[in-house]
Write a protein that binds this ligand. Structure first.
Ligand code: UFG
Length: 326
């Protein structure tokens, strides 16, 4: 049993990881300012409503918690918003991480799992993407995460901090046994938006069908949030056992186009999803697919949700839990 602090633990991936670690017997505390996350995602008595820039409050949480390690999710994630308000992303994501790292040093906590993103690659040179490809983010969101990765690399070099950064591809799905799922406001992610189209009959816009992909729509690597939660657990175990720092892709290694996801959702729900073909969305690479062999080989990561249908099914179960059956 380890004492773990999860920042951003009221959010989508953070709350799944929190529940997963609790189910394995770890003592987990959650730190979240609730600017995006929801208190109902966090088990009773574990939530500290604190912003990462509030160092006095951070000190209080760390003084009480005696943490063995931190898992750091707290960040803004909307790519489009990051283009419109870059300062907000560098302040919250990069600045917030630095404030957390300062606090960790003050309290002698030297193990961190960091929530990174495929957005650090920008438009990849090769697909599937391996970790040592050129890192060239095409939006402030990706850059804000890369700046934190760079900070971590230097802290590993110059101090006793050890970290694992997980670069997620498209997190999706939900874990019904915890009653939590994907809830963003505003929602920008494909699968919940397809469900909205199915429920309301109002069409979802497919952003571009002239990409150099088999059906012209963007290809992404959809990975179940519970498999991501397990990747965090494995990274944490390695760090707690004295393992080295490292950076890992987390994806399934299989790409699906926007149209394939729409078709999968129609099959799972037995309902039609109306859609219209629209312009490309700014900053969308044509294809993002992970090579996650490093994660599999190093930690023995074996994703359980290995079909798109099973992932979409679990997301639909949460949608029904939230909005009622259709
Ligand atoms: N899409 C549509 N219509 C919509 C919404 C999405 O066609 O209404 C398309 C997008 O163009 C994209 C695909 O569906 O091709 C997936 O889009 P999402 O917004 O669900 O996810 P992204 O691939 O844009 O973003 C995800 C994460 C980001 C991360 C990025 C790169 O949400 O945080 O992957 O790793 F930066």
């Amino acid at each position: 049993m380890a004492r773990i602090l999860v920042t951003g633990g009221a959010g989508y991936i953070g709350s799944h990881t929190t529940h997963h670690l609790l189910s394995l017997g770890h003592d987990v505390q959650v730190l979240d300012d609730l600017s995006k996350g929801y208190a109902h995602n966090v088990p009773e008595g574990r939530l500290h409503v604190v912003n990462l820039h509030d160092t006095a409050a951070l000190d209080r949480v760390f003084s009480k918690g005696h943490f063995d390690a931190v898992i750091h999710f707290a960040a803004f994630i909307a790519v489009g918003e990051s283009v419109r308000e870059p300062e907000k992303y560098f302040r919250n994501n990069t600045g917030g991480s630095l404030s957390l790292l300062d606090t960790m040093r003050r309290h002698g906590v030297r193990r961190l799992v960091f929530s990174s993103t495929a957005a650090v690659y920008g438009n990849p040179e090769h697909v599937p993407i391996v970790e040592d490809q050129t890192l060239k983010p095409v939006n402030p969101y990706g850059e804000s995460k890369l700046m934190t990765e760079t900070t971590l690399r230097w802290l590993d070099e110059c101090s006793s901090l050890r970290y694992v950064a997980l670069r997620y591809f498209n997190a999706c799905g939900a874990e019904s046994k915890y009653g939590i799922g994907e809830e963003h406001e505003p929602e920008t992610h494909l699968i919940p938006l397809i469900f909205r189209a199915i429920r309301t009959g109002k069409p979802i816009t497919v952003f571009g069908n002239d990409y150099p992909t088999p059906d012209g729509t963007c290809v992404r690597d959809y990975v179940h949030v519970s498999d991501l939660a397990e990747a965090h657990r494995l990274a944490l175990d390695s760090l707690l056992a004295g393992g080295p720092s490292g950076v890992f892709n987390a994806g399934m290694g299989q790409g699906y186009s926007v149209m394939e996801v729409i078709r999968a959702a129609e099959t799972v729900t037995g309902r039609q999803a109306s859609f219209t073909l629209g312009e490309r969305r700014e900053g969308d690479p044509a294809e993002l697919v992970a090579d996650s062999s490093k994660l599999q080989k190093t930690f023995g990561w074996k994703p359980k949700y290995d079909t798109l249908a099973s992932i979409v099914e679990s997301a639909w179960a949460f949608d029904a839990h939230k909005h009622g059956a259709v």
